[in-house]
Design a protein around this ligand. Sequence first.
Ligand SMILES: C[S@@+](CC[C@H](N)C(=O)[O-])C[C@H]1O[C@@H](n2cnc3c(N)ncnc32)[C@H](O)[C@@H]1O
Length: 264
Amino acid sequence: MSDQPYLLDNAWRQGRERLDAVEAFLDPGTIRALSAAGVAEGWRCLEIGAGGGSIAAWLSRRVGPRGHVVATDIDTRFLADAAGAANVEARRHDAVSDPLEEGAFDLVHARLVLEHIPQRALVLHKLVKALKPGGRLVLESVDYVSAVPVSALGADEHKRTQEARLREFAKAGVRADLGRHLPAMMRAEGLTGIENEGRVFVMEGGSPGALWFKLSMQQLRGRLTGPDKLSAAQIDQMLEWFGDPGWAALSPIIFACAGRAPPV
Ligand SMILES: C[S@@+](CC[C@H](N)C(=O)[O-])C[C@H]1O[C@@H](n2cnc3c(N)ncnc32)[C@H](O)[C@@H]1O
């Protein structure tokens, strides 16, 4: 098991809503990255930390009945829909401590997962081993360097609350700048043809990106509040701005980094 519990666990009462927001926000770019990686009919795919399952479901349609998708998560409660397809296996699986079949997949993909796992180097090594010769690894991770205010409305409070959030992330072993390190990490694992691209959005109040931030802040509220931390009033005000169309901030960079396992 991971030595730090996952901070934003799916069991939270609005966990499904939070994952819906992530999917609405990020799926179009993820689908472009996976399409560029060449995912095709008949491929065997591994989706690690599959969350709400929208990408596993997309992979299932893309690879068709001759292909196969293994969708893993430490908490598989939202994978039932994706697993309804005959070519999808939903697997309760901890990427740190549970074994993975080796040399088995044409594609391994994980989005917003490795940044949350302190033993990410070990996990990356396992993901690379799971690839067939010539198989593709596509990793997507955040880099919070870009997450600055846009609107004057709530600008100072956004900065303050984000700093508090990043401090709590760091204490829990979350790597909030992982995106920029993915190319070097993948190269060190022997992958070739490495390409990377980052996406940044203006997140306006009420948009899926702002809703993702709002629900994450709600879920982390207990950790963010306290002496030398944020007040309940500061958090309430920020939660309101996340829904206000007059509020805007830049999103974190969402890096997609792709590489290929060497042919044997
Ligand atoms: C931020 S969510 C992203 C979900 C999904 N990949 C997406 O982008 O829509 C992170 C997911 O990783 C899962 N997770 C966290 N630690 C994990 C671990 N050690 N092994 C497997 N999954 C893990 C969580 O349960 C959660 O579903």
